[in-house]
Ligand binder design. Structure first.
Ligand code: FE2
Length: 255
């Protein structure tokens, strides 16, 4: 056991693990799979791209009206359908419970971008609704973090207008690339069995990354109906909820 721990702690061990993970799960970029070349280009450069007003107000209102009863009854529905994080409620399989939300999760154009950016074999693995209504709550998503060692592609749909006070998504633009600055933290995360409290960066570390690599912190305020496409290997966090509430749909794509 001690020997295993020691071997896991060696940087060379992580280097070998990282290479083997990448061999199996490396992204296979294929721009021919999407017609949205400009979006793909922005994703490759920044790690994030916004499609404003992807859905009109009527479509969003249909989703919200269909979804709200489920969100409000979160505490009453079966345990495995609900995950309560610090100040956030997450409804799994949101597509099965809401016919309008299903259209977003099955959207062919977004799926094509995911295939082009990730791999032709990418699948929509998790389809959740995420609801924040606890003013001032501070949870794991509110610290700077990466989701995984490998790239992870997500599509968000804002279902309400989001300004700086309504828990906007915040991203460190350009931090999604596989570069050496991230390996020590990734190693710690992997070494401790992907413990979700160890994929975080302190604010002063993020400041240093901005200075050293020119990464820019960007707050993604937006309107209901906006879609955000993002590689969450890049550092990101949820902004604090100072007022109101925030309801979004999130489609997780994985190979
Ligand atoms: Fe995250």
């Amino acid at each position: 056991m001690l020997i295993k721990k020691f071997v896991k702690s060696l940087p060379i061990t992580y280097e070998l693990v990282r290479k083997s993970i990448y061999k199996k799960k490396a992204y296979k970029l294929d721009s021919s799979l999407t017609k949205s070349k400009d979006i793909l280009e922005t994703l490759l450069k920044d790690g994030i791209a916004v499609i404003p007003s992807y859905y009109d107000t009527e479509t969003v209102d249909n989703i919200v009206n269909d979804l709200y009863p489920s969100m409000e009854q979160l505490s009453k529905v079966e345990k495995d359908a609900v995950r309560v994080l610090d100040g956030q409620f997450r409804l799994d399989n949101a597509d099965l419970k809401n016919k309008y939300a299903k259209d977003f999760f099955d959207d062919q154009d977004i799926y094509d971008i995911a295939k082009a950016y990730v791999s032709k074999d990418v699948k929509s693995e998790f389809r959740i609704a995420d609801y924040s209504n606890k003013i001032g709550a501070f949870g794991r998503s509110d610290s700077w973090h990466f989701d995984d060692i490998i790239h992870r592609f997500k599509a968000f749909l804002y279902l309400s207008d989001v300004d700086e006070r309504n828990a906007p998504f915040i991203y460190l633009v350009g931090s999604h690339k596989d570069e050496a600055w991230r390996y020590p933290q990734e190693h710690i995360y992997w070494q401790h069995d992907l413990d979700g409290s160890l994929n975080c960066f302190h604010p002063h570390q993020v400041e240093r990354l901005k200075t050293k690599f020119g990464f820019k912190e960007k707050i993604f305020t937006g309107k209901k109906g906006d879609v955000i496409l993002v590689d969450t290997k890049g550092l990101h966090r949820r902004g604090a909820l100072h007022e109101g509430e925030r309801l979004i749909l999130v489609n997780y794509f994985e190979v």
